[in-house]
Ligand binder design. Structure first.
Ligand SMILES: Cc1ncc(COP(=O)(O)O)c(C=O)c1O
Length: 160
């Protein structure tokens, strides 16, 4: 049973169907969804979270709301403005808990590379899909929708 009215509950069910996931929850906006995701992951002060240097400020703010620290990761290059998996790997420390990835401009990031890094270093993955509702990533397992590839996916209907 949803926490909201019946229309929102229908929306949550249909959106979960669209993504092919078990659960979708409506929040006020993408920023609130990212904040909730950081809380669900269990971030606490002192934790570090990898975060792209090129994103909207909401990605970093959501991390800061929990008292954790965003550690900025450079872009992959001028042909790929998504976070560099190599730079992310270089910035993992003993306090890194999570990797916040953004599918910048609707272009899915190398999620197979991100997942391999997360598995090696025991990190959770939050996908900031504010730019990418409906974007398809060609994973090693076949095509998958952005928002279904990490531990939590956060989408937005802001026009970007
Ligand atoms: C990358 C990114 N993350 C999060 C957000 C926040 O989404 P919202 O405006 O729905 O709070 C935005 C909004 O532009 C964004 O561009």
């Amino acid at each position: 049973m949803g926490l909201h009215g019946s229309e929102t509950q229908k929306f949550e069910e249909r959106f979960a169907q669209f993504l092919g996931v078990k659960y979708a929850f409506a929040a006020a906006n993408g920023t609130a969804a990212l904040h909730l995701a950081c809380e669900v992951i269990g971030l606490t002060p002192g934790d570090e979270v990898l975060c792209p240097a090129l994103t909207f400020v909401a990605s970093a703010n959501a991390i800061l709301y929990t008292g954790a620290k965003p550690v900025f990761v450079d872009v992959a290059g001028i042909q790929d403005l998504n976070l560099s998996v190599d730079d992310a790997a270089a910035k993992v420390s003993g306090r890194t808990r999570d990797n916040m990835v953004v599918h910048y401009g609707g272009h899915p990031i190398d999620m197979d590379g991100i997942a391999a890094l997360a598995q090696r270093r025991g990190l959770k993955i939050i996908e900031d899909c504010a730019h990418a509702p409906g974007a398809v990533y060609q994973s090693a397992q076949g095509p998958r929708l952005a928002g279904t590839l990490g531990d939590v996916g956060c989408l937005s209907f802001f026009p970007t």
